[in-house]
Design a protein around this ligand. Structure first.
Ligand code: UDP
Length: 251
């Protein structure tokens, strides 16, 4: 196998990776743990852009559910700001480990972070800085999965890697169904037709339309971010149909 198949990777980290299992908020221990893995992955020379979620703090959709005192668009803005809180924590954690970073936000916040400008982000990546992308797309009603797909495309990433707390994409929720089967390879079509939980539908459609491959893998296994970025075969790979054949089924 090619030694370093990916030149540029878009890594999507959910907010839950910043909290202790089953808890909310931020644990700097968890942040440093994930930052360490990220720094090790970047040390091999792959350019890394990270889209960060905010679900450990607030998700717009669930925050408004059954609550008439807040408008949904407002809650989504709150969710986007939550991702900036996470981004700031990740930036310091990465820098405490010696990495060069830039935090860019899709909502302007002068004095806290740089505004997201595509060309500038690409330049940072070329210079070997880990670029943290916060505030999602800057628009309400979507999630950071969509932001990840969008940024992967516009930054010219070779692959979108989604770090999750399970080993990949399953036929059912593996945390509830012990018989759920892990898929190794899937096509975008299979994900859509079988309604598999990979990323939200908008993100999948965007990746499918532009042929952006997706790898879903477990960040909780030590060294997995480094292995994934190095092109090791782990987790579930989602891509186009190869040679007209659907990719293989469950592992
Ligand atoms: N959000 C948004 N627009 C975006 C990205 C995120 O409005 O482009 C809001 C949305 O309310 C979302 C919240 O920010 O629920 C936090 O992001 P997400 O739920 O994707 O975080 P994750 O699940 O990855 O931790």
């Amino acid at each position: 196998m090619d030694k370093n198949p990916y030149r540029r990777v878009l890594l999507k980290l959910s907010g839950e990776s910043f909290a202790r299992a089953g808890e909310r908020g931020i644990s700097m221990e968890e942040v440093v743990h994930i930052a360490r893995q990220t720094v090790q992955a970047a040390a091999k020379g792959t350019e890394l852009a990270i889209v960060i979620g905010g679900g450990n703090i607030l998700r717009g959709g669930s925050f408004t559910a059954g609550n008439t005192a807040i408008q949904e668009a407002t809650a989504h803005s709150m969710g986007m700001l939550a991702t900036v809180i996470n981004g700031l924590a990740l930036q310091d954690a990465l820098e405490s480990l010696g990495a060069q970073t830039r935090l860019m936000t899709a909502i302007r916040m002068d004095g806290v972070a740089e505004p997201y400008i595509r060309r500038r982000a690409r330049r940072h990546l070329e210079k070997g800085r880990i670029v943290i992308l916060a505030a999602g797309t800057g628009s309400p009603y979507v999630t950071t999965d969509t932001a990840a797909a969008q940024r992967a495309l516009e930054l010219g990433a070779d692959i979108l890697m989604k770090a999750t707390r399970v080993d990949g994409v399953y036929s059912d929720d593996p945390e509830k169904n012990p018989h759920a089967m892990l898929y190794r390879d899937l096509t975008y079509q299979q994900v859509r037709e079988q309604n598999l939980r990979v990323m939200d539908a908008t993100a999948i459609s965007q990746c499918m339309e532009h042929g952006m491959p997706i790898l879903v893998f477990n960040y909780r296994r030590e060294g997995n971010i480094e292995r994934a970025v190095a092109g090791e075969r782990l987790g579930t790979f989602v891509g186009p149909r190869r040679d007209g054949q659907p990719a293989a089924g469950p592992a």
